[in-house]
Ligand binder design. Structure first.
Ligand SMILES: [Fe+2]
Length: 235
């Protein structure tokens, strides 16, 4: 059996069976395929939901947003199917389990204000989730066909988030929290390992004063150390 070796991001040769394939437009990885699948899935539930919103929403703005979502995804769906055929990526033909549940929730609620709120909440949450995926592929893909498509997907998802927010019905406190800032996490690790594990009585008083709330840098750490060494120790 022939084994094909390609070089994915990171530069290490890997077996094609791990999910990377070579195409005339560059390597195609699992995240590239996932992007195409997610864009197709988005169309499979947003096209009918956008169409439904035009009939069941009470707010004029929600009806307009539904129309934009439907027409944008009709176009994007054509593009993703053409690209997937070119790259030999199989696509789903039905919404996934989550999307089917959202469609059922929308079908179950009465037309009117309650429908408007649910439509906006479900669609806004779904767009926030998929945005991170398409943005990551746009940033890192090695494939020359996927890159412009990922860019277009980023633009469409961002446009739809903005449209949904323009209804004035989005409750931001119910959205998933953004990931913890890397700098904050690093700062906390540094403080835990070099400071908070020490017995309180042994901590120099000057150290607490010079440790600023921002992320530490090499120069700020050195400054802290110098001040700590020169500070009088507690009795
Ligand atoms: Fe969308």
């Amino acid at each position: 059996m022939a084994v094909v070796l390609i070089t994915p991001p990171g530069g290490t040769a890997s077996l094609a069976t791990e999910g990377w394939t070579q195409t005339p437009q560059g390597p195609l990885g699992p995240a590239d395929r996932d992007l195409l699948v997610k864009v197709r899935l988005a169309g499979l539930w947003e096209i009918p939901s956008g169409q439904q919103a035009q009939q069941r929403a009470v707010s004029k703005r929600v009806k307009e947003v539904g129309m934009h979502l439907m027409t944008d995804h009709l176009k994007l769906d054509e593009e993703v199917r053409a690209l997937a055929a070119k790259l030999n990526v199989p696509l789903p033909s039905q919404p996934n389990t989550d999307q089917q549940s959202w469609i059922a929730q929308l079908a179950a609620v009465n037309a009117g204000a309650e429908y408007d709120l649910l439509f906006t909440r479900l669609l806004r949450q779904a767009h926030g989730k998929v945005f991170t995926v398409v943005a990551a592929v746009r940033a890192g893909t090695r494939n020359d066909l996927v890159r412009p498509f990922a860019q277009r997907a980023v633009e469409v998802v961002m446009k739809h988030m903005t449209l949904l927010e323009s209804t004035g019905l989005v409750n931001y406190s119910t959205l998933p929290e953004p990931p913890r800032a890397l700098a904050t996490a690093r700062h906390s690790r540094w403080r835990r390992s070099s400071w908070s594990t020490r017995p309180r009585a042994s901590r120099p008083a000057a150290r607490t004063r010079c440790c600023s709330p921002g992320p530490p840098t090499w120069s700020s750490r050195a400054r802290c150390s110098r001040r700590a060494r020169s500070a009088p120790s507690r009795s």
